[in-house]
Design a protein around this ligand. Sequence first.
Ligand SMILES: [Zn+2]
Length: 184
Amino acid sequence: MQDQDIPREFFSFETDAPFERCIECNKYLLDEGTEYLVEKAIKNYEGYKAQDVIFDFAICMDCMHERSKEISQESALKIAEYFEKNIDPEKRLILHERNSESALGKCMIKGTDINACSEYQICGYFKGRKMSEHNPPYLISGEVMEELMPLLSEQTIDEMNGFFNKHFSPDPSFFEPTPKLIFV
Ligand SMILES: [Zn+2]
């Protein structure tokens, strides 16, 4: 099976082209075989076609592993449990479809259609200019993020806030009531 090109959904909002650099260490990402992850948070406006990209970034695997050390084991376990408990087999199938369009059309946990989500995050794994065939992209609705936040330890939330403050200029609406979860 041929690796898929990077879908436009995962392009940088700023450049409308694939991300070129890791947000943490500035490593060049588009060389063949360089593994990285792209994450994007989007706000939909009901009744309008307009969308806001709340944030988007690419992060290399090394930096991602560094970050995940900062997430407490307790939180990591709770997140894993939540996914295990809430994902239903039918949606798991969608998740394993190689077709990124179907995986990105609805929330992987709730099954909510992308157009019905007021907020959502998408996440995808890439190797250079190709999408990873082992880790299909997924979409998480704002509803799921709200359910996950209370499960996290203070240490984990501090880490997420730290990462956010370091890389993004604070948008007041985004920080109310709490910063949103960044899945890494
Ligand atoms: Zn990096």
